[in-house]
Design a protein around this ligand. Sequence first.
Ligand code: PHE
Length: 407
Amino acid sequence: EAKTEIIVNNINFKADNFTNVTPKILSHLNINLHTKKYHPLSLVRQRLVNYFYKTYVTNRGNPIFSVYDNLSPLVTIEQNFNSLLIPENHPSRAKSDCYYINKNYLLRAHTTAHQSELIRAGLNAFLIIGDVYRRDEIDKTHYPVFHQVDGVYIKNRSSVFPNDDCLQLFEKGNNITSTGTEQKQACHTLEAVKLMEYDLKSALENLAKELFGHGIEYRWVETYFPFTQPSWELEIFHSNQWMELLGCGIMKQNILENAGAGDNIGWAFGIGLERLAMCLYNIPDIRLFWSSDTGFLNQFITDNISAKINYKAISHYPQCTNDISFWLPRNDYSSNDFYDLVRSIGGDIIEQVSLVDEFCHPKSGRISHCYRIVYRHMEKTLTQDEVNKIHKDIEKAAIDQLNVTIR
Ligand code: PHE
């Protein structure tokens, strides 16, 4: 018997012939990888946000962009499609491409779904960051849940033409619904569009340089989106091929008009976080972002979000964890000496070593350290016996070479 009700985020929905979300897909809601501390998607998010915070400031030095990274992915057809002028028969609305809750609601297919409501709320410059859902094959580069950042910047006449009282944003007598050309919407003046295009393209080129370094090769490709005109994609040359990084364009004037901001002109872009992170950190498979394996996650623990991190493949075999605690010698000890010793004895089967506890004896003042060593072999499952043997060797070497006293 078909389900007649479906519960998403504690809200009851009536199922209908559109309903195609699965419990497996719904299990990804509220995970919020993009705000999880030290997650690679979170590192990339912070780099993007910081770039906009520092690039666009008011004359008092405050950021112009505000950030929305916590909006619910449960949206209406109106938000995801209608408000963005996506035609009724557009393929992106197909049941085969989206996760519908029912005929009125779906899991957002892009973070662009929120742009119109935020403009209506009075915002001029903002970033929307979150999880998006699309039905797709699953392979190394596709996963039905991924993350996007959308950006919108809308400007009035005097901020587009700060030094001129005559130049206008809009052509007189041109209705906002007339089609226009590849080059511009009929309602916009060429000078306004050219300045906005320059502003948009330099913002995104500089973002690419900030992330990938100043030597990054890039190119602009003209494209089509229902909600921008003209529209472009930015491609970068990465590991010997051109790769699409983001989509962007001059916002359709109708969207601004409908959101109560029709006196302004705007640009918008959308960028996928997974692809960015995969390039930046050499992560070979999109499914790794959902891994809870510390062999993956711990490679991204850094307090410098711009640190160069080069992901190293983790083993498919299980981890084996052993702790070691000892009193430090009175002088001349550094944790790095211990790390080197562990690596020289354990070799490649040492996946991680970290200091997990430090203790100072209240009477003697002696200091004790506890380290956690994660053992893992690239080609086989290690037995506890094998690990114990190496662990004992490490203990012995620590006593002999570092003068520690095992507890
Ligand atoms: N929403 C588009 C996508 O998901 C990206 C985009 C956003 C393009 C905003 C233009 C403007 O591919």
